[in-house]
Write a protein that binds this ligand. Structure first.
Ligand SMILES: [Zn+2]
Length: 487
């Protein structure tokens, strides 16, 4: 009887937990959408539901929030006020021509250093404006405190922090989720499972701007800010069969660690009843396709989280100071975790001493982190408390493996790689050349000198044959008159 009672209790618990763990897609969605059975609705249906909802948002709700003009002025004002630790730049324009402003915060903004870059992206969905407000507060807080606060100083001195407060200013202006073309930007990136069209030119201007941004700049980690729930979401966002399941990416442990940093630094995210620890695998919550975080991880070498930072998508503006206090430490700790945890170092050549833009892999994790092109610095986030085998590689060089035991603190691990022995027995490889132009020249002469040698030998031989033939001809010519006399 006791056993039966226990079993019944277990069944009830499992049913209850699975029905609540689905979580809302966004808290302002119609209640039916929270039902797991409806989670496989197509994106177009989902967008339609959001559109219906948007009409209920009155302009009153925008009171106290920055308009797009206010945001632009706030960004420029920040640039003037904090010019010693920042620079302002735009990565492109929205459909309606609104610049997509970025604030870079660093003690050497705009300069290349052997330091990792982190980015925050806000307002991906137009009707989730809390992120853009908090990101401006974050920038100003760092500017006001980096001399006296150790965490702010650590970020300024060791990280290049890039902040895009609004990826979707048109959607914000229209008070809706999608951009001016009514496309959900977090479904507009090339997808690993369902690549409809991977041509960058087929993407929305805002998506294209972000993709080009990541081609030009190497980010080690990032987070986009959303609203409508309270959870830190990590890859994968989609599944191969479109079913709602936990779908782990190769760096699942590392992503869980990153997401936990955010949730546990937050006022109450980690206490969530819907999401254990305040974190969730994206595909377990609800699968999406064309999302930004998976694309970042796969194509840009960037570990990105999707952060749902407020239960209410568009709360009253007087709640923003509280939401800032709730999320402040999370935002700071997540950015700082990029240098406070993981392994970091540079890769060098043993014979020339030059930096090698190689790669770093962890045995057992199918993912490669590339070192920077200039300084050959790499920044590899990893879950602490584990032993790892770290492998550094570079074409033309012998790979090198180092075993480490990683604890909570960051570890510095440089690699010095030996050139591979070439077929001529020389230790020098083409990659060892100190500059590419000399290298090319050396290779040119090495190959062409052999051809020239053969040509010279053939020419000498032909000359010899020609000379010999001429001698014979002369002799024959001298003999002919004698013959004529005999005749
Ligand atoms: Zn969102």
């Amino acid at each position: 009887m006791k056993l039966f009672f226990f079993f019944a209790l277990l069944v009830f618990f499992l049913y209850f937990s699975s029905s609540t763990a689905r979580g809302p897609i966004h808290s302002s969605l119609p209640s039916g959408f929270r039902n797991g059975s409806r989670i496989s609705f197509s994106d177009s249906v989902r967008r339609q539901l959001f559109q219906d909802k948007q009409s209920k948002l009155s302009d009153d709700r925008a009171k106290g929030y920055m308009t797009n003009s206010d945001l632009e002025e706030a960004v420029k004002e920040f640039g003037r006020r904090c010019s010693n630790i920042s620079r302002i730049y735009s990565i492109g324009k929205s459909v309606h021509g609104v610049p997509l402003w970025v604030i870079e915060i660093s003690d050497k903004p705009g300069e290349k250093e052997p330091e990792p870059a982190f980015k925050f992206v806000g307002n991906v969905h137009g009707d989730e404006p809390v992120g853009r407000e908090l990101l401006l507060r974050l920038a100003n807080w760092i500017c006001d405190n980096y001399i006296k606060d150790s965490l702010a100083r650590l970020i300024v001195e060791n990280i290049h922090l890039h902040i895009l407060p609004s990826m979707n200013p048109d959607g914000y202006f229209l008070r809706r989720r999608g951009n001016a073309n009514n496309i959900d930007l977090n479904r507009d990136f090339p997808d690993q499972f369902f690549p409809v069209n991977n041509d960058i030119n087929a993407r929305q201007p805002e998506t294209r701007a972000v993709m080009n941004w990541l081609r030009e700049m190497q980010f080690a980690a990032s987070a986009s800010l959303h609203g409508g729930a309270l959870v830190a979401n990590y890859p994968w966002d989609g599944t191969e069969d479109k079913r709602r399941n936990y779908y782990a990416c190769p760096d699942d442990d590392t992503f869980r660690f990153m997401a936990s940093i955010y949730s546990h630094s937050h006022h109450n995210m980690s206490l969530s009843k819907e999401f254990p620890g305040g974190i969730t695998n994206g595909a377990l919550w609800y699968p999406i396709y064309g999302g930004m975080q998976d694309w970042n991880y796969i194509h840009a070498g960037c570990f990105e989280l999707t952060l749902e930072i407020s239960d209410n998508k568009w709360p009253n503006a007087n709640e923003i100071p509280t939401l800032w206090e709730y999320n402040k430490m999370s935002l700071l700790n997540l950015a700082a975790s990029l240098v406070k945890t993981g392994i970091h170092g540079r890769i060098f050549s043993s014979d020339s001493g030059m930096p090698l833009p190689g790669s770093v892999m962890i045995k057992g994790i199918n993912y490669t982190v590339k070192a920077g092109k200039g300084f050959a610095d790499y920044h590899r986030l990893l879950a602490p408390g584990e032993r790892y085998e770290v492998v550094a590689t570079m074409p033309g060089y012998k790979p090198k493996t180092t075993r480490i035991s990683l604890d909570e603190a960051a570890m510095t691990l440089d690699f010095i790689l030996d050139p591979e022995v070439t077929t001529k027995g020389s230790l020098r490889s083409i990659n060892d050349c100190k500059c590419e132009s000399n290298c090319g020249l050396e290779f040119f002469w090495r190959v062409h000198s052999q051809v020239y040698f053969i040509l010279i030998v053939v020419s000498v031989f032909l000359c010899f044959l020609l000379k010999r033939r001429m001698k014979i001809n002369i002799l024959n010519h001298r003999q002919l008159p004698k013959r004529s006399v005999q005749v």
